[in-house]
Design a protein around this ligand. Structure first.
Ligand SMILES: C[S@@+](CC[C@H](N)C(=O)[O-])C[C@H]1O[C@@H](n2cnc3c(N)ncnc32)[C@H](O)[C@@H]1O
Length: 212
């Protein structure tokens, strides 16, 4: 299977999608745990938000296997959900500013609460349009919303990747059977230098170098 062409392949009916701005499904918070190397976090997840039953395996792979974040500057977690990647980055780089961006308001509320509980004040949870236009990123990390469909995913990446600082890198984790290789090939057609860093447990980590 590859990345769906436009909208997601599944009809979720009244349940909606994890990328809905205001999830229709009633809230039912749940505590989930993230153990990855030195990062050990207890986080609140919820229905209507990606990974509500536990930290996603791809997310874990990204935190464990991608290179550590730069110690300074602005770093983007694109599609932050309830914040596992953003908060792990904030722990690893306490002097950097981590932008946790999502369209799902419930996810952003959870990220704020989780960052508060984890004592990581360097996380800013924002809607995409709330990130000031002049901010450039020293790195981008993302478990991207592949299920939005191919065209919206491409649009999303073309919105944020050009905001990498010169020489900076983005790290994306994508399930191999959800089209990681075709995404890498498409990024190359857009002029990006893409390396397939790791492939473990069905997930691939792509490293994308900024265009200079
Ligand atoms: C695969 S989930 C990853 C969530 C979280 N980073 C994690 O690892 O658990 C992708 C996230 O992207 C968000 N998303 C979807 N469309 C988006 C957009 N246009 N801009 C920013 N985030 C978006 C979804 O709401 C979802 O939370």
């Amino acid at each position: 299977m590859s990345i769906p062409k436009n909208r997601p392949p599944l009809s979720r009916g009244a349940k909606g999608h994890y990328f809905d701005p205001l999830p229709a499904v009633p809230s039912k918070p749940r505590t989930v745990f993230l153990h990855a190397g030195e990062v050990d976090l207890e986080l609140q997840a919820d229905r209507g938000v990606f990974g509500s039953r536990g930290v996603d395996l791809g997310t874990l792979q990204l935190i464990k296997e991608a290179p550590k974040p730069p110690t300074q500057g602005d770093i983007l977690d694109l599609g932050a959900g309830y914040g596992p990647i953003a908060i792990a980055l904030a722990r690893q780089a306490p002097e950097a500013r981590i932008w946790a961006v999502d369209v799902n308001e419930r996810a952003l509320e959870l990220t704020r609460a989780n960052a508060g509980a984890a004592k990581t004040p360097n996380v800013t949870a924002s809607l995409p349009d709330e990130v000031p236009a002049d901010v450039r990123f020293a790195a981008i990390y993302s478990n991207p919303p592949v299920r939005v469909g191919k065209a919206p995913l491409h649009e999303l990446l073309l919105r944020w990747l050009p905001r990498l600082d010169e020489g900076a890198r983005a790290y994306l984790v994508v399930q191999r059977n959800l089209g990681s290789d075709s995404l890498a090939a498409w990024l190359a057609t857009q002029g990006y230098n893409v390396k397939r860093l790791r492939s473990k447990k069905g997930y691939r980590i792509l490293e994308i170098r900024s265009q200079s």
